[in-house]
Every structure is written in structure tokens, then in C-alpha cells.
Design a protein around this ligand. Sequence first.
Ligand SMILES: NC(=O)c1ccc[n+]([C@@H]2O[C@H](COP(=O)([O-])OP(=O)(O)OC[C@H]3O[C@@H](n4cnc5c(N)ncnc54)[C@H](O)[C@@H]3O)[C@@H](O)[C@H]2O)c1
Length: 468
Amino acid sequence: MDWNAIASSKGNSILSSTNTNDTNIKNSSENNNSINSNNIENIPNIPKILDSNNNDDDNDNNNKESKIENTNEHNFQKNCRFSWNSTDEQIFSEDEKTIIAVGHSCVKSVVPLELLRYVYLPTKPHNRLLDSNTMTIFYLHQKSFLPVKSLSQKEKKRILVTGGAGFVGSHLVDRLMLMGHEVIVLDNFFTGRKNNVSHWMNHPNFELIRHDVVDPFLIEVDQIYHLACPASPPHYQYNPIKTVKTSVMGTINMLGLAKRVKARFLLTSTSEVYGDPEEHPQAETYWGHVNPIGPRACYDEGKRVAETLTYSYMHQDDVDVRVARIFNTFGPRMNENDGRVVSNFIMQALKGEDLTIYGDGSQTRSFQYVHDLVDGLILLMNKDYTEPINLGNPDEYTIREFAELIRNEVNCSCNIKTLPAPTDDPKKRKPDITRAEQILGWKPRWPVKQGIGETVKYFQIQMEADLL
Ligand SMILES: NC(=O)c1ccc[n+]([C@@H]2O[C@H](COP(=O)([O-])OP(=O)(O)OC[C@H]3O[C@@H](n4cnc5c(N)ncnc54)[C@H](O)[C@@H]3O)[C@@H](O)[C@H]2O)c1
């Protein structure tokens, strides 16, 4: 199968994929599906896949390599040689230096990075045109979608993603959509944005529902990824009672749904359940060191109760559960105002302001890139393992080192200044990922520097488009 294949119906072409055989990146030039470029000539803002011979007959083009050109000036691969059936070895380019795909073939989550980058790093926003003279925004009708994998009815799952319009959720949604599943996003848009998933609106496999998980919700689904919860301190401390309600009542509602429809349930818990840890690095067996009455307690204790509820539903009602303990994650679509260290530093550096460190900067954090996290979540959902699993990058940086890394990446000459540390700020945090390695066959692939490069680019694009 090769996504060079295109189903181009007259007048309204859609990039799609069809199953053929076990081709892979290296031999995909043997694919027999090529494209009638005439049919996709007029579609704005999607990667164009051009048949090198401009031949209208799709089926007679054996041994012909297709070429991709991007109408949105995006640096799309000129020679597309990717197959949905690629193996994990083909995640990297032939010289092993560049990541060209994400995912794991054992759970069929491999997709070309360039497809994903197309939606989170467009050189121009796909559906929005700003006339800066009159300060008028034109919203354009989106006619076409990225190609999604063709799955049989049996393989295709109905997947609910709560909090799917948020930072992590929207990347998970992109991946599940490209993998060919039916995805329903439930979000109250407290911290999430419609824009994060607007490129899938009206897609036959996609639904977006405004709903607060604190209220019950009924739907027939096979899997539930439960992410709905503000994740950054300023957001979860804005209304701590609501944060506790979201964690507790929201999780009860989603577990009740999972029980009722026999769906598999995955909770996105957090490294915050370890609090200010006395054990370093933190393994899943560590019970944590949390202040139950401090300003972070609404989030930390909320997630601890969410875990307790998850395992209570498992033991009492046989609900099939998974728990991911997520460590600091960063990437495109982070909220620029969320007070998290990566977005803070990048925004300050891009504006040429001083980078602010809270405390003396010697506290350490480990940062994982969002694609690694999405890989881990999908692996966990699809493996037969119910204990909590840490997902994080054990590469440890001091906050000061991190500020310097971002300063260099943005190439700014700004200073680093220090302010007092906030209450209960953990001094060190580093995941022990032995369990994830052994059970899931997962470990982070993205070097922090490479992830920072993409994230800086994302914020630059947003600033240039006047979206920040
Ligand atoms: N990003 C990280 O570093 C990190 C680390 C540990 C855990 N997590 C967990 O991962 C999940 C996603 O985090 P994120 O970084 O994408 O945060 P985010 O704030 O970007 O996304 C959370 C999403 O949940 C939605 N939401 C919040 N309350 C809701 C409610 N009551 N009903 C419906 N929707 C609601 C928000 O609108 C948003 O779209 C969270 O559960 C968070 O606790 C994230």
C-alpha cells in the first residue's frame, strides 16, 4: 500500500490511500498507483502528488515514481517514497540522521512525518486569510483533506478523545485520523482550540463535540483516550475546584461510559503524581511525595484520585484500563500563555525579551517531544498491560541549560534573569522508563534539540500569521 495512490473523483479530489501489498519506503517506487495530476491541480493547500508522466490511467504505471509538490510552499518531500506498511527501521532516513516518519509498525501507527508537519507547520494557515490593511479575516472553505489509511470495517475503531482540541490531544487526533480510524473529539475548549483540529472538520471519519466531561456523555465507542484536564499550572490553578471536578467527575463519567459500552479506557495521568520526589529517577512503583493542600494539589491529587478511580473500575467492574504517567512534553500547538517553561522561553526569545528562570535554574526537568508521547499512548492503548507506565524522556536538563538551548536555537542575544521559585516547584524530575521499554518496546526517538527546532518554527509561523 502506498499513499501515492490517490482517489480523485471529478471536481473534488481527495488524497487517499489504498491497500495493495507489503511495499515499504525503500521499494515503494514499485507501486502501481499513480496520480492524475490534472484532478488535483486546483486544490489549495494540500500536498500535490504528481504522476511523473502525467498519465491519466492509474493502473498502467508500474515502476514509476511519483513526485510530490506542495502548493503551500511547504517543504514537502520532492520524491514521495513512503508506504503505510513501513517498518520501524524505516522511521529514519537512509543515512539514519533524519526522522522521516513516526509511529510503530506493531500497532500500525506509522505515518510520514511530512504529512503531520503539513498540518502543524503550514507556511500559511490552511483555512484563514488575514488582510492586515483592513484587519479582516477570511475563513476559507476547506475542500480537501490529507490522505488517511484505508482500514477494513474490522480494523477501523471508533475512538473518543476527550480534550482532543488541546496540545497533546490534537496530535493524537492527527495520528489516529491518518491511521484510518473514526475519531470523536470531546472538548469544552477551556484550554483547547478549534483551530488545532479544524483541518479535519467535515471529514467523514471525524466529529467534534463541545462538551464538558464533568457532565455525563453517552456514545458508542471502542476506545477512550481520556485527556480532558488543564495541564499547565496557570490554567489548572485558575479554578482549582473545577480542576478537581474535571479530574474526579470527568474521569468517573468516562469510566462509566467505558463500562457501559465495554470500551478500553486510557487515562493520561502525570508525573505530578510523584510530587516533589524523594526517589530519583521515578519508577512507577514510587508512591510519591505530594503536598495535599498546596496550590498544585488540585491537579496532583486530582490525577491521583483519577488513577484510583481507574483501578477501582477495573477491579470492581472489569473495565479494561490503561494508565500513562506523562512527563513534561512540548511541541507545536502548546499554548503560548500556559506558563510552561518551553513556551515561556521560546516566546520570550522570539520577542527578544530576557528569558525568565524561576529559582536559581539548577532544578532539572526532562522534556519529551510530542510525537514520542503520541507513539507511547497508541502503543499502550493497544498492548495488553494495565499497570501505570511512565512516558517521558530521561534526558535531564537543568532549567538554565534549557534556557541556553532555546536561546541558541532562536539565535537571540537575550539575557537570562532569575525570579523566586513558585511554591511546591519540584526540584528534579526524571522518568525511569524501563517499564515502557520492556512492555511497550518504546523509548523516545526525538532528540530535544530537534523537537525544539520544530516548536520554534511553529511559534514563528503563528507570530507571522498574527495568531499569537
Ligand atoms: N503536556 C504535558 O506536559 C503533560 C504532562 C503530564 C500530563 N499531561 C496530561 O495530558 C493531558 C493533555 O494535556 P495537554 O498538555 O494537551 O493540555 P491542554 O490544556 O492543551 O489540553 C487539555 C484539553 O482538555 C480540555 N478540557 C479541559 N477541561 C475540560 C473539561 N472539563 N471538559 C472537556 N474538556 C476539557 C481543554 O479544553 C483542552 O483541549 C492532560 O490530561 C494532562 O494532565 C500533559
